[in-house]
Design a protein around this ligand. Sequence first.
Ligand code: HEC
Length: 135
Amino acid sequence: MKSIWMIGMAATLLCGAEGRSVYQKYCQQCHVEMMEKKEVIRNLGTLKAPPMVEVSHRLKENVIIADEDDDVKRRVIVAFVKDYIENPSIQYSMCHPMAIEKFGIMPSLKGKLSDEERQAVAEWVYDRYEGVAFR
Ligand code: HEC
């Protein structure tokens, strides 16, 4: 029993590391990892996209699960991010309309990331900012 738990933990740690490196390779050039709200406003001229901390918070705010089950919520958001990487669209974007006007819609990264990489980075987008404030 204990060894299964250990394998689980190791897998989580490895995936966490992989998620971050996928982010660094494919997302960081547009999505800054951390930034305060007031800095976002100050740097609007040079930013290429909303910082990832904002993206993560916005998704968590907008996605409401009826029975408040955090596991279900995480799965829904991870699935959304995973899909958005390949199919960004004005219809599905939960970004603020002003942000979309400023940045435009994200270009599709279809074919650039493997399924595993999309899964890992989507989980990272959710987990990285658990308990991290965006204000
Ligand atoms: C070339 C720039 C660029 C790259 C690279 C990029 N993005 Fe984006 N992304 C944007 C812009 C611009 C927006 C805001 C407009 C929108 O929602 O499409 C955005 C929005 C998003 C959103 C928010 C969707 C919503 O509805 O709130 C998610 C999630 C996202 N990006 C994830 C990622 C991930 C994960 C990666 C890396 C695998 C990535 N992006 C790489 C430019 C980029």
